[in-house]
Design a protein around this ligand. Sequence first.
Ligand code: KG4
Ligand code: ZN
Length: 345
Amino acid sequence: MGAPGPVLGIETSCDETAAGVVGPDGRILSNVVFSHTVHAAYGGVVPELASREHAGRLPAIVNQALDQAGIGIGDLAGIAVTAGPGLVGCLLVGVAFARAVAKVRNIPLLPVNHLEGHAHTPAMTDPAIDYPHLVLIASGGHTSLVLVEKVGVFRLLGQTRDDAAGEALDKVGKWMGYDYPAGPALDQAGEHGNPNAVAFPRAKFEGQGYDFSFSGVKTAAAQDWEQRQSGKRPPIDRADWVASFETAIVDALCDSLFRAAGDFSIRTVALAGGVARNSRWRRMVSAWAEHTGRKAVVPPPDLCADNGAMIAGVGLYQWRPDMGDASGVDAVPNWELGKPMPVGV
Ligand code: KG4
Ligand code: ZN
C-alpha cells in the first residue's frame, strides 16, 4: 500500500539545510536547499558551525518547502529524515525535528540512509528507468558504485579507499585559491581547457575491482601546481591545467562505471551526488552511452547535490501505515548503504 498523501523529506547531514516534498505519485512538489556559506573561509565544513546553521534555519526551510508544495503540515502522510551517514551533530538536528513533528502529528517517521537518497535520484529523474541499473554516487564525502537490483535493493560494487572524488577536487581547488567547495569553480575554469595538457596519474588496483583512490592524484596535482607557481616547472594555461586535473578524476570514475556495465551486462547507467553536476563528467558519460548503445540517466543539477526531495522519495517507497514509535529513530553517523538502520547506537 502506498502513502495516502505527500511525504516531507529533511536533510541535514552535512552543510546543506534542505527540505522537500513528494506527492503520493512520487512527483516532486518542492525542493528547498540552503547551502551554508559560513564554511567558505575555512576551506572545509566546520561541524559545530554546520549544526548551528541547521538548528537556526531548518524550521523556515521546512515552512518554505510546505508552502511551495501548496500544502500544510496537516496534509503530510509521513516525514522522512536523513538518519546517516553524516556528521552526528548535524544529523541530530534533523532527526530531533522530524521526531517531534511525527509525534505531534501522529504520522510515520521514516529514517533514510543519505546514500540511498542519492542512489534513488536517477529513478526520480526517470520513473521508467530499467532495473537493474548502475549508479555512481560521487560527492564531497562519498564515491560509491552501486548496482540497484530493484527499488530499494542495492549491491555495493566499489568505493573509494581514501579521498572522495569531490574531496580531491575541493582540496586541490583550495590550494589554487578557490573558496570551499571548489568543484563548481573548477568546472567553470576548466571548461574550454585542453584535457591532455598535463598527464596526471590514475590509480590502478590489482585484480581490477571497482574501487577508487583519489589521494594519489590529489597529491600529484598539489605538487605540480606548487612547482608551476614557484617556477620549478614551466607555466601553463589555467584552463588547460584544470581541464587535465578534472579529466584525471572523471576518467577514474568512468573507468569503474563502464567496466562494471560491461561485466554485468547493464544497459542503464546513472550518476548521482554533487560531483554529478560536473559538465565534463556528464558529457563524457552521455557520449559513452550513445556510442555503446546504452542509456545514461543524469539527474538535473538540483537533484544531484544534497536535497530533501531525494530523502522524501525514499521515504515514500518505505512508507507503511504501521511504522511504529518514532522515538526509536536516532542519528547513525556510519550507517552503510543497504544495511538496516542499526538501533541502539
Ligand atoms: O552531494 P553533495 O552536495 O554533498 C555531499 O554529500 O558531499 O556534494 C558536494 C560535492 C563537493 O565536493 C563539490 O565541490 C562537488 O560536489 N561539486 C562539483 C560541482 N558541483 C558540486 N564538482 C564538480 N563539478 C561541479 N559542477
Ligand atoms: Zn550527499
